[in-house]
Design a binder for this molecule. Structure first.
Ligand SMILES: Nc1ncnc2c1ncn2[C@@H]1O[C@H](COP(=O)(O)OP(=O)(O)OP(=O)(O)O)[C@@H](O)[C@H]1O
Ligand code: SF4
Ligand SMILES: [Mg+2]
Length: 330
């Protein structure tokens, strides 16, 4: 007999706008809900409640469609499913090892339109060129490629349906460091060329700094801070963001900053802490934090923070850690 032992609320009360043409970075520790957010946004996960509104590139005047509340067949009929794609962390597992590259990339095109075999093959070759591969790669299997090349194939498959929006879930984390920047540059150039909107999921702050124009920081299923990338790196406010930024190595010895080491582990999302979810690890927690949940509120234009003590954070950091700011040189 099956019985429910608990509910994992992987995401809770996330309110997020993603603007056309931008790359929104999503960072946070393992298990905080980044992948779940990405999948919910493109309806690879069915959220138990909430809305995900899609405006679309070509529907300037059309009413937004609630992706979370629309049946999957209707989404397909409206041509929305093919506009939302995802690239996963590990191309070794995300590509079918028994399929030729030609078929891997042709498959999503075939679900969308009927093309003759010549035309279809030419479309696949064009996509291979776009990601830096050639027609010589058409008749090979995924295992005959390097990790970086496999990720290029995964990117070609993702852009095959002419999408508007792509969730990039740690697309460089499984790759050799030397190849990571090549894939990042490829993603950047494709974004401009194809006018794509990205959500870039990672726990690597320097990667996200390079590619994202805006950054959201997640902790235990909630967004705790969101701002333009430059603003977030130079004026971080939430104690969790401060801890993440303080962990980035700084080359300048004179300007060496103190690392904020968070005590304990990330609490379980089955039974998250009351009030502010971060209070069990926060160096600045006060009694109010245990009983009242902070709202995500503006500290400046476009910079939102969820912390009761956000207005005093600079003074608190100075008092506790003896330094004016954290993260500005990262
Ligand atoms: N299929 C599932 N069944 C039960 N719990 C799940 C499932 N998928 C995810 N979770 C839980 O949901 C929470 C968020 O998981 P998610 O994979 O979104 O985290 P993440 O931030 O992407 O982590 P990582 O950086 O390790 O990829 C975690 O507590 C995880 O254990
Ligand atoms: S609300 Fe309180 S516990 Fe939460 S981050 Fe702010 S100071 Fe820390
Ligand atoms: Mg993940």
């Amino acid at each position: 007999m099956r019985h429910e032992v608990g509910t994992v609320k992987a995401l809770d009360g996330i309110d997020l706008d993603i603007y056309r043409g931008e790359c929104l970075g999503l960072v946070g520790e393992s298990g905080c809900g980044k992948t779940t957010t990405g999948k919910a946004v493109i309806r690879l996960h069915d959220p138990s409640s909430g809305h995900v509104y899609y405006h679309g590139k070509s529907s300037e005047n059309a009413a937004p469609v609630d992706i979370a509340a629309t049946g999957k067949s209707t989404l397909k009929h409206l041509g929305i499913r093919s506009k939302l794609q995802m690239v996963f962390q590990d191309p070794t597992t995300s590509l079918n090892p028994r399929m030729l590259v030609k078929n891997i990339i042709a498959e999503p095109i075939k679900t969308q339109e009927r093309l003759g075999s010549r035309e279809l093959e030419q479309r696949v070759i064009d996509l291979l060129h776009l990601v830096g591969l050639t027609r010589d790669h058409l008749l090979r299997y995924p295992h005959e490629f390097s990790g970086g090349q496999r990720q290029r194939i995964a990117v070609a498959r993702a852009i095959a349906t002419d999408p508007d929006f792509i969730v990039l879930d740690e697309p460089t984390s499984a790759l050799d460091v030397s190849v990571q920047s090549q894939i990042l540059n490829l993603l950047k150039s494709l974004q401009q060329r194809l006018k794509l909107t990205y959500m870039f999921v990672t726990h690597h702050l320097l990667v996200v700094k390079y590619i994202s124009n805006r950054l959201a920081v997640m902790y235990l299923g909630k967004i705790v801070e969101i701002a333009d990338t430059g603003e977030l790196f130079s004026n971080p406010v939430h104690p969790y963001t401060l801890a993440l930024l303080s962990a980035i190595p700084v080359p300048d010895i004179k300007g060496k900053q103190r690392r904020i080491v968070l005590p304990g582990d990330v609490p379980s999302s089955v039974n998250p802490p009351t009030g502010c979810r971060f209070h069990t690890r926060c160096p600045f927690a006060v009694e109010r934090c245990l009983r009242q949940e902070p709202l995500l509120e503006a500290v400046s234009h476009g910079h939102l923070v969820s912390c009761h003590r956000k207005r005093d954070m600079q003074k608190l950091v100075m008092y506790k850690f003896g330094q004016k700011r954290i993260g500005s040189r990262a």
